[in-house]
Design a protein around this ligand. Structure first.
Ligand code: AMP
Length: 397
């Protein structure tokens, strides 16, 4: 694999694929610019090398048509502010006007092309579209970790049409942290897996159980495991077709000597409603018409204890419906416990990232991934398509 610092970028047209898919409010103001900040090391490096910087990204899901609300304009302005430099936003990401803009660029200048997903060809991984993008570059650097699990024209197709391609500093950081934890972890290695469904994380669970010393399962997915163990779980979220699989998972953990931690009590309510009456009950006492929406205090204590001697912790998925105050305590308690541990702590993007920030613990986590889906695929033991495409590009040469 080649990284940005192994290329000669001097006065070259360097095309960066970033993931600037930042959350926006209803007025298209950026709510969190973490993904833009995460791109700064690669951009600053290219600026120091006096490169001509061309940036491509998607934003939201415009589904192939122009949508003013999903223009990269606020992103270009924020990047300009963070760098203290002009960032010119092109009206489109392909076409003669864009080509002219790039042809007349001076070294040290930055041009951002408009939202890739205004063209359906991007998500279709269309060859002609990929070729046109590739034509803008002498060197292509993919630093869009959040999009690396997708097979799109700007991160996979493009690598067929450019010889000099590699990864940026953010990609290097993401891959290093995940391989540090998955390939040669400091032990005990603990995985905390939560979220709504087992089916979404089945492959990750299957891969992790062979690597960890302890596995903590919380959130909605725990109820499929608990049902497999014979508990009555009332109206809690469950995937009945995966009960056998969950049972087999418990057996595999046993055989491998992995300590499996499941909830022993939970916060229940009759509906997922901020105003719902709630009760804390041991697992054996979930009322038939109620549902488990958070882990209870005894479970928090148990899970905390499981983290006590951890040297590596990987966490993906909340412990309850943390978006609602009444069901957020378990997730926030875990955020504090992970942040206070002495372990190398890696959090896999998405909802868990949001929860860590809301708990005010983001500064105390070793690494928070910028990509929920991509980090989950790494936990599943898969190679990301964007990375594979670059490897194949070098193999062809
Ligand atoms: P995921 O995207 O799979 O990580 O799932 C995150 C979602 O799981 C969040 O929106 C939570 O509200 C939801 N969740 C967590 N625990 C539960 C639960 N016990 N019942 C229903 N949904 C849950």
């Amino acid at each position: 694999m080649k990284y940005i610092d192994e290329f000669d970028l001097r006065e070259k047209r360097v095309l960066f694929r970033f993931d600037f898919n930042v959350p926006l409010d209803e007025n298209s103001h950026i709510v969190d610019d973490g993904r833009i900040r995460a791109a700064l090391p690669s951009i600053n490096y290219a600026l120091d090398e006096h490169a001509k910087i061309i940036i491509i990204s998607h934003l939201g899901r415009p589904k192939g048509t122009y949508n003013d609300k999903l223009s990269l304009n606020p992103v270009a302005r924020r990047l300009s502010r963070l760098l203290g430099k002009d960032v010119i936003l092109a009206k489109d990401c392909i076409g003669n006007e864009v080509k002219h803009l790039i042809d007349t660029m001076k070294p040290g200048c930055i041009v951002m092309l408009e939202n890739l997903r205004f063209h359906q060809e991007e998500t279709d991984n269309d060859d002609d579209f990929a070729k046109e993008l590739a034509g803008f570059a002498d060197v292509y650097i993919d630093d869009a970790f959040g999009n690396a699990h997708r097979k799109h024209a700007s991160n996979v197709g493009i690598t067929k049409y450019i010889n000099k391609c590699g990864l940026g500093f953010l990609m290097r950081k993401e891959l290093n942290y995940f391989s540090k934890s998955l390939e040669n972890p400091f032990r005990p290695f603990v995985a905390i897996i939560g979220g709504s469904k087992v089916s979404d994380k089945l492959q990750a669970l299957g891969n992790l159980v062979r690597k960890v010393d302890k596995m903590i399962i919380g959130g909605g997915m725990a109820f499929t495991f608990l049902k497999a163990m014979g508990y009555e779980i009332g109206k809690s979220i469950v995937e009945n077709d995966l009960i056998d699989t969950a049972y087999q998972g418990i057996e595999i953990a046993k055989k491998l000597g992995v300590k499996l931690y499941l909830p022993v009590d939970c916060v229940i309510a009759e509906s997922v409603d901020p105003k719902a009456v709630t009760k804390i009950v041991p697992l054996q006492e979930i009322d038939p018409n109620w549902m488990g929406l958070d882990i209870g205090p005894a479970t928090i204590a148990l899970f905390r204890e499981a983290l006590f001697d951890a040297k590596t912790i990987v966490w993906n998925g909340p412990m309850g419906v943390f978006e609602i105050d009444a069901f957020s305590r378990g997730t926030f308690a875990m955020a504090h416990a992970v942040a206070n541990s002495h372990a190398l702590t890696i959090v896999g993007g998405g909802d868990t990232d949001v929860a860590i920030h809301q708990a005010g613990e983001s500064d105390y986590i070793t690494y928070i991934s910028t990509g929920g889906g991509a980090s989950l695929e790494l936990l599943e033991g898969k190679k990301l398509p964007a990375i594979q495409a670059i490897e194949e590009c070098w193999q062809r040469q």
